[in-house]
Design a protein around this ligand. Structure first.
Ligand code: NAD
Ligand code: MG
Length: 314
């Protein structure tokens, strides 16, 4: 075995907890995280599977959205990303990475809790990209709260506006642009199925994302538009240290996973590429448009959940 192959197979080459406590104000920055998240910058190889496609990815500045933006650009797509204005520095890194692939990169900051902004975002993205055929509803708000007694209406409302209303508004606006063969991909969570006590509002919104995906898939399937969702388990992204989890949990993030560490984001884009892609080779054509697959929270169970998705159990 060559030295580089040995390095690739080494299960210990990724950072393991304990990590240092590192509180950030939401939405947080990837650039402030220690260890730095891996979005596939040096590992993802494209195969031209999205040549000529035009994608809008919300929350594309960091975390899962950044991993998807890099993967899409390397597959040949032009990519527009949305993020909050305070995340400009993270977004600038993603724009550079997309442009490095020779693809068009469009940055459109703004707050998705406004319906008017969601409409403007979609129209501007379609205008600047010269069309739109992939919408990735990925932006999300997760702020832990110990008790329903202390969870304010303002917090509840902000979580629902970001995670439930925005995908609804963005999808409505996108339908004016999406042609046959287009794809909508929503980011749910393992929290939809196994809610944590401290994520009462967030977990509900992620269950909403699943129902939204399944119902919308039935509406849009006859129009040739596929609707899918991924439901990730814990990933090391700014969402976690910026109020998504208590700092004691951030310190031990991923420690209870089988490998004793969190999965790296690039697994996200590698393993679930078939779902993020608009023309999945994995999902049986007869079920296209009604599949929701679960990206499990640890490597060991990914294949199990992928099989369940294939059999149409979701
Ligand atoms: P992240 O912090 O990198 O991404 C979330 C993004 O949401 C932010 O970058 C921000 O740009 C965007 N956002 C939040 N509020 C917004 C608003 N009002 N307007 C515009 N944009 C806003 O974290 P991530 O973990 O990559 O999260 C991406 C998605 O993945 C979210 O929907 C999250 O719920 C989901 N998810 C994450 C995990 C995980 O463990 N990290 C697990 C399951 C699901
Ligand atoms: Mg961010």
């Amino acid at each position: 075995m060559t030295t580089s192959n040995k390095a690739i197979l080494d299960p210990d080459r990724f950072p393991k907890p304990p990590f240092r406590q590192q509180p950030q104000q939401a939405p947080g920055l990837a650039s402030e995280m220690d260890p730095p998240p891996d979005h596939g910058e040096t590992s993802y190889r494209g195969h031209g599977r999205l040549t000529g496609r035009k994608a809008l990815i919300t929350g594309g500045d960091s975390g899962i959205g950044r991993a998807v933006a890099i993967a899409y650009a390397r597959e040949g797509a032009d990519v527009a990303i949305n993020y909050l204005p305070e995340e400009e520095s993270d977004a600038a890194e993603v724009i550079k990475l997309i442009e490095a692939e020779g693809r068009k990169a469009v940055a459109i900051p703004g707050d998705l809790r406004s319906e008017a902004f969601c409409q403007k975002l979609v129209n501007e993205a379609a205008d600047k990209l010269g069309g739109l055929d992939i919408l990735v509803n990925n932006a999300g708000r997760q702020q832990f709260n110990e008790s329903i007694r202390t969870l304010s209406t303002e917090d509840f409302d902000a979580t629902f506006k970001t995670n439930v209303y925005a995908p609804f508004w963005l999808t409505k606006a996108a339908l004016a642009h999406l042609p046959r063969g287009a794809a909508i991909i929503n980011t749910s969570s393992v929290q939809a199925f196994k809610p944590s006590d401290i994520l009462l509002d967030y977990a509900q919104t992620k269950a909403c994302n699943v129902a939204f995906t399944k119902a919308l898939a039935k509406q849009l399937g006859p129009e040739g538009i596929r609707v899918n969702a991924v439901a990730p388990g814990p990933y090391w992204t700014p969402l976690q240290p910026s109020g998504g989890q208590p700092q004691e949990k951030v310190e031990q993030f991923g420690a209870d996973a089988p490998l004793g560490r969190p999965p790296v984001n690039r697994l996200k884009s590698h393993r679930s590429m078939s779902l993020w892609l608009p023309m999945s080779a994995v999902l049986p054509p007869a079920r296209c448009g009604v599949q929701t697959a679960v990206q499990a929270q640890c490597n060991a169970s990914i294949s199990v959940d992928m099989m369940a998705a294939l059999r149409g159990h979701f």
